[in-house]
Design a protein around this ligand. Structure first.
Ligand code: PHE
Ligand code: FE
Length: 291
């Protein structure tokens, strides 16, 4: 067993993956490729192509890092699983993305409590190729260390959840996905854009910070940004006074509606929407957890 230091970093040991593990990757990758055409945002698809992440198997982080580092100065660091918050934020603040190495097994293709290498590499890493998103993630890491010190982690964590994990983005062609929790989930890739049940609201920093989220099922609420620059600009101000401001306001449930909410319509239903109506898309547990 590789030793893990205080930064939780260890080795991916790429040569140790078994054929079966690469086969699980291939299954997941091919399924998402089919679903994400016309659903994932352009920046994500470009990042994926730029990194050369493909169906053939679990990528070697060393190879991805050569490309990622040259593009935006980010690097993937291997970690054994979820790491403590302070460690997580400190990595992001140094433009290091902590990625798990293990892959889910055959009987967890649709449901997994923790992040695995498919979620981390296929869900998160492609957007780190985008310069604006790359800066946002670093700013988030710095902001995380600050929020920890101020005792406002739960408010900042909601921002991560409703943007990095479950964010939607408006484009001239319609709504698209950029949240990695959606991008790595077959069911939610379709549900988030096309199901009439969840609410889709315009991005609103304070509203997000006040809103609970669920980790055990598809989201009931998504927030929609115009572009990554909007996200970066809206989160640039000092959060300390904002934390003070919202600390005296009640938290909100995802289903709540408040004055000032701006609903975004989800446009034309997609062609294979009917296929997803068959299964028990709700009531089933969700794919990935917090990060
Ligand atoms: N501006 C935030 C602060 O002062 C930092 C931050 C930036 C947090 C981007 C999240 C995302 O805390
Ligand atoms: Fe994640």
């Amino acid at each position: 067993m590789t030793t893990v230091g205080s930064d939780c970093v260890f080795e991916q040991n790429w040569q140790k993956y078994r054929r079966e593990e690469h086969a699980v990757w291939r299954f997941l990758f091919e399924r998402q490729q089919r679903l994400l055409a016309g659903r994932a945002c352009r920046e994500y698809l470009e990042g994926l192509a730029g990194l050369g992440v493909a169906a053939k198997g679990i990528p070697d982080f060393r190879r991805l890092n050569d490309i990622l580092d040259r593009a935006t100065g980010w690097r993937i660091v291997a970690v054994p699983g979820l790491v403590p918050d302070d460690v997580f934020f400190a990595h992001l603040a140094r433009r290091c993305f902590p990625s798990t190495c293990f892959i889910r097994s055959r009987n967890q293709l649709d449901y997994l409590q923790e992040p695995d290498v498919f979620h981390d590499i296929c869900g998160h890493v492609p957007l780190l190729m985008n310069p604006v998103f790359a800066d946002y993630m670093q700013a988030y890491g710095k902001g995380g260390l600050k929020a920890l010190g101020l005792g406002h982690l739960q408010h900042l964590a909601r921002l991560y959840w409703y943007t990095v994990e479950f964010g939607l983005i408006e484009t001239p062609a319609g709504l698209r996905i950029y949240g990695s929790g959606i991008l790595s989930s077959a069911g939610e890739s379709v549900y988030s854009l096309e199901d009439p049940r969840p609410a889709r609201l315009r991005f609103d920093l304070r509203r997000i910070m006040r809103t609970h989220y669920r980790i055990d099922d598809y989201q009931r609420l998504y927030f929609v940004i115009d572009d990554f620059q909007q996200l970066f600009d809206a989160t640039r101000p000092d959060f300390a006074p904002i934390y003070q401001e919202i600390a005296i306001l009640p938290d909100l449930e995802p289903a709540a509606q408040i004055h000032g909410d701006r609903e975004v319509s989800c446009g034309e239903p997609k062609k294979n929407w009917a296929a997803t109506q068959r299964g028990p898309s709700l009531g089933r547990k969700r794919l990935e957890d917090v990060r």
